[in-house]
Design a protein around this ligand. Structure first.
Ligand SMILES: [Zn+2]
Ligand SMILES: [Zn+2]
Length: 242
């Protein structure tokens, strides 16, 4: 047996042992099988269609006219709300238990929401995964938003552009009180820069992909930077809204 074949066999054996010790089970109902079973997929909720900044009901989660005066985000597309236990468990599995495979069914659902909101003509759009600070990405071993972006990119044939770099290692927004908007805005202020590789070629329309959005501060900070570069249409797309 060649060394390459031996490594492959050992890896396969390792996966079999892991599956025996920790068989995949649905994150919603604990039944063995896919990470998200058909029953739980049916109970995953519906997109939240309000302005992220003031909670006013709007079509497709557009930013309302008043909030648009101070924010560049066009609107926010979601699968559902963070209160939905299936969605919440999915995010936990992806981010904290390292279940990367769950990015596939979540990406499929988010792609459906994107199509419902923006229609099938997605010409001119690019997807930007919300970047992690390189230290956090190293600790986690991956960027959950990049996994979702890759899945959606291949489903909808939209290119991924790593336009943003996270320069500042911020406190996770989720650990800050969601009512204290000032604190969240201050925490995330100037956290990003534009990737110098892209400064000359800005896409016209952008979908920024993130796992969760609560106050919209992180998305808006990223959006501000892209708006200053002349990008006109900037959507957020998240698995769930807090
Ligand atoms: Zn289930
Ligand atoms: Zn508003």
């Amino acid at each position: 047996m060649t060394t390459h074949a031996t490594v492959k066999t050992v890896k396969k054996l390792h996966n079999i042992i892991i599956d025996l010790l920790f068989p995949p089970a649905c994150v919603g109902c604990d039944n063995f099988g896919p990470w998200l079973c058909d029953d739980c997929l049916k109970n995953i909720g519906a997109p939240i269609e309000t302005c992220i900044f003031c909670n006013e009901k709007t079509l497709h989660g557009l930013t309302c006219g008043d909030c648009r005066k101070h924010n560049s985000l066009t609107g926010i597309i979601s699968i559902g709300g963070y209160k939905n236990p299936v969605l919440r468990n999915s995010i936990h599995a992806l981010k904290f238990s390292g279940v990367r495979d769950i990015a596939e069914p979540l990406g499929d659902l988010l792609a459906k929401s994107i199509l419902k909101t923006l229609g099938s003509d997605l010409n001119g759009f690019s997807i930007i995964p919300m970047p992690l600070h390189k230290k956090r990405e190293r600790e986690r071993g991956f960027n959950q938003s990049a996994l979702l972006a890759d899945r959606i990119s291949s489903l909808l044939s939209i290119p991924v552009a790593n336009l943003l770099i996270r320069e500042k290692a911020t406190t996770p927004q989720a650990s800050l009180n969601s009512k204290m908007l000032d604190l969240r805005q201050e925490n995330i202020a100037d956290a990003f820069i534009i990737n110098p590789e892209y400064t000359a070629i800005m896409p016209k329309k952008i979908i920024i992909l993130d796992d969760v959005a609560t106050s919209g501060s992180t998305l808006n900070e990223a959006t501000k930077l892209l708006g200053e570069k002349g990008v006109k249409e900037i959507w957020g797309a998240v698995v769930c809204r807090g």
